[in-house]
Design a protein around this ligand. Structure first.
Ligand SMILES: *Cc1c(COP(=O)(O)O)cnc(C)c1O
Length: 413
């Protein structure tokens, strides 16, 4: 029965393709995720699918951690199965306790507040600015209470947050810890250093929609000796995902490549769906969206994912340069069409995971105009202030505006 439905779906999709060919429309529109996957990543994933006896080889994970540390300029690096897990490790390392409060942007991914809620911590939301979509430092003071222990700040869309130094200064003044969420900004630089070094700890992601990708994966870093020991404790206590999960992850990499990146994805993607489709994993399950901790949460990164991450890392600078070049095209588009360009703060180098633009609400609700006029499918995240969920967060008018109006253009086309 499942086979029949899959076949029917493929049939309908291919019929649509034929129709598109007949009326002269492009067969595929550029994708939303996994754009840094190439044939060599696929070969590597296939090699690891055959080489199961080394899946729990810790030395390969260490090799990746050291490679990332060197590239990122970090002292201590720990690899997990997601930035959300790395965040949980940071929360534990910072010794945040149930009842403590943390201030975070009112425009985030649901898995970020979830990590705090899983630890019993109260989340307090601060509005963002609309230059770089980072937390607005001028609003932080009014959010601080005697229970506030930490601030989580982020660098979104690959842009270095406008109030980076101001946020750090407030935290230092008030004795608060800073977690930098660099999940969308791996490789972005400020004053000649990669982001993630002004705070106490930072997290990075190699999930499928991020700057580099292994479908799922994340990192926690610190330069602090004591925090390093506490992160190490957390990592030591974490377990590896089981073999079935790793098998699925590797197959998801193949699926993503054939469906999103392969030059003949219009038919290779369907073939991959028929062959591997039953192994599909989703990054954030509906239970997670509802704030329930999933059973597989809290894992560390196993060898195959670490090997793939290291390989992705070897290409990240090249891809980030391509992203910056593509961004120039979107800059020009903004100029011509009267939209505001995202702000690149002085002395910073963005990586433009995506190119965010505030457009009219109706142009976000229905993006077919962009597919027609520009030949690309814009991203519409964030779909809610706790993406993809929309929470009723009060006093964050800029976050509400971004949810209603911010679309993002792809930068690897
Ligand atoms: C994707 C993302 C995360 C979570 O990363 P995972 O690796 O999927 O856990 C956290 N914060 C932001 C801003 C993100 O975009």
């Amino acid at each position: 029965m499942k086979w029949l439905t899959a076949l029917a779906r493929v049939g309908i999709h291919q019929a649509r393709n034929v129709l598109k060919l007949l009326i002269g429309r492009p067969l595929t529109t550029p994708p939303l995720g996994s754009v840094t996957l190439d044939q060599d990543d696929v070969e590597l994933a296939k090699k690891w699918l055959k080489n199961r006896q080394d899946w729990f080889d810790e030395s390969i994970v260490s090799e990746y951690e050291q490679g990332f540390a060197q590239w990122n300029g970090s002292k201590y690096v720990f690899a997990f199965m997601g930035a959300r897990v790395a965040l949980s490790a940071c929360i534990c390392a910072l010794d945040l306790q149930p009842g403590d409060e943390v201030i975070l942007p009112g425009y985030t991914c649901v898995v970020v507040p979830n990590a705090f809620h899983f630890a019993g911590i109260t989340t307090v939301y601060c509005d963002i600015e609309l230059d770089t979509y980072g937390m607005d430092a001028s609003l932080i003071a009014s959010k601080i209470t005697p229970k506030t222990r930490a601030i989580l700040m982020h660098h979104l869309y690959g842009l270095v947050c406008r109030d980076y130094e101001a946020i750090i200064a407030i935290a230092r003044e008030q004795g608060l810890k800073v977690i930098e969420d660099c999940a969308q900004a791996t490789g972005a630089e400020y004053q000649g250093r990669k982001v993630g070094h002004l705070g106490d700890v930072a997290i990075y992601s190699s999930e499928q929609s991020k700057v580099f990708t292994t479908v799922q994966g994340g990192i926690a870093v610190t330069n602090d000796e004591a925090l390093h020991h506490r992160l190490q404790d957390y990592w030591d206590r974490a377990s590896y995902p089981d073999e079935k999960w790793i098998d699925k992850l590797l197959h998801n990499l193949l699926l993503n490549y054939y469906q999103i990146k392969h030059p003949q994805r219009w038919w290779r993607g369907d073939l991959a769906e028929l062959v591997y489709g039953r192994k599909r994993l989703i990054s954030t399950t509906s239970e997670e969206e509802a704030g329930i901790k999933p059973a597989h949460y809290g894992m560390r990164m196993p060898a195959p994912i670490a090997a793939l991450s290291l390989h992705q890392l070897s290409k990240i600078d090249r891809y980030n340069e391509l992203r910056r070049q593509t961004a120039k095209k979107w800059d020009a588009w903004c100029e011509t069409n009267g939209y505001r360009r995202p702000v690149v703060i002085p002395d910073s180098t963005p990586v433009y995971l995506r190119y965010p633009v505030l457009v009219e609400e109706e142009k976000k609700r229905d993006v077919s105009w962009a597919i027609r006029e520009l030949g690309v499918r814009p991203g519409v995240w964030f779909l809610g202030n706790a993406h993809p969920v929309n929470w009723n967060i009060e006093n964050c008018p800029n976050a509400d505006k971004a949810v209603a109006q911010c679309i993002n253009f792809p930068t690897v086309i």
